[in-house]
Design a protein around this ligand. Structure first.
Ligand SMILES: Nc1ncnc2c1ncn2[C@@H]1O[C@H](COP(=O)(O)OP(=O)(O)OP(=O)(O)O)[C@@H](O)[C@H]1O
Ligand SMILES: [Mg+2]
Length: 271
């Protein structure tokens, strides 16, 4: 069996309520999740269940209340330097051009300016943005900004890629193009990917394995499915395969009730 790149072991995360600090909210309870080197794992679950929380734990940005994170077998303390992170929200620096946004991580690492620029140019062209390096984020479309963010993450050549609903704000065509691009880049380098989404179609189309989380509070995995669809995949075409439909039916069976519970909870919270 191949090596584990990332292991979240018995992770629990309890937050103090913002409104009433005496109140505690256990978002994630006793969750174990492993991603092997080179494996593409998606985590699906209803809105607000704790997906971003788990990813933040894997990135070392959030200390869990209990449990351990291991990175290539070593216990993680502090930031996970083997991981690159693509956030759910827009994370480009608006005062920096596209190329400067892509370069920034390399510069933090002490890579000389000329070399950083060269690598950043190469990644911008790999994500289809050669010639756009001088544009500022507000001069780019939403899809282009996501491409810059992707280049920004991948230029650092992380062994683990953490993606938090990276494409959920995009229109369906742009989204499918980007999903295919990510799969192509991934298959060339075979990094470990932990991909968060609430979109089951996207999860199945992209992944080797799909993990379903329960609705909160005390979110935990309630199902795990190996996705045995052949690769390379085209995310739009793969959806028409009978095996895709079969997997979708099986996983939706588990996910559906949680989505309904999650939705009911959001309504209660809003009330
Ligand atoms: N720092 C925090 N303090 C208090 N509560 C928090 C904090 N971070 C997250 N939570 C709560 O934990 C739960 C899980 O949040 P999280 O952002 O992980 O959900 P999610 O599954 O990523 O949701 P979405 O699908 O909407 O992105 C939510 O109820 C949220 O309000
Ligand atoms: Mg989230």
């Amino acid at each position: 069996m191949s090596e584990h790149a990332l292991e979240l072991l018995s992770i629990s995360c309890t937050f103090l309520s913002k409104d009433d600090p005496g109140q505690r909210y256990t978002a994630v309870a006793d969750t174990t999740l492993r991603v092997r080197a080179g494996e593409f794992v998606s985590v699906v679950g209803p809105t607000g269940c704790g997906k971003s929380t788990l990813l933040n734990v894997g990135a070392g940005l959030l200390q869990p209340s209990s449990g351990t994170v291991k990175v290539f077998g070593q216990t993680l303390s502090g930031i996970n330097s083997r991981a690159g992170y693509m956030f759910q929200t827009e994370a480009l620096m608006p005062w920096r051009s596209a190329i400067d946004n892509v370069m920034v991580g390399l510069q933090y690492r002490g890579v000389p300016e000329a070399q950083a620029r060269e690598q950043a140019e190469a990644w911008l062209s790999r994500v289809g943005l050669s010639g756009f390096g001088d544009r500022y984020p507000h001069q780019l479309s939403g899809g282009m900004r996501k491409r810059v963010a992707l280049a920004q993450t991948l230029v650092l050549d992380p062994d683990i890629i953490l993606m938090d609903e990276p494409f959920s704000a995009l229109d369906i065509q742009t989204r499918q193009l980007m999903e295919n691009e990510v799969l192509e880049l991934w298959s060339a380098k075979k990094k470990a990917v932990l991909f968060i989404t609430h979109d089951l179609d996207e999860a199945i189309a992209m992944s080797d394995r799909v993990v379903v989380l329960s609705a909160g509070p005390a979110t935990h995995p309630i199902g795990e499915f190996a996705i045995d669809l052949p690769r390379p995949r085209d995310v739009a075409e793969v959806r028409t395969q009978p095996r895709f439909v079969e997997l979708h039916t099986q996983i939706w069976e588990v996910l559906r009730d949680e989505v309904l519970k999650g939705y009911a909870q959001q309504l209660r919270k809003a009330a």
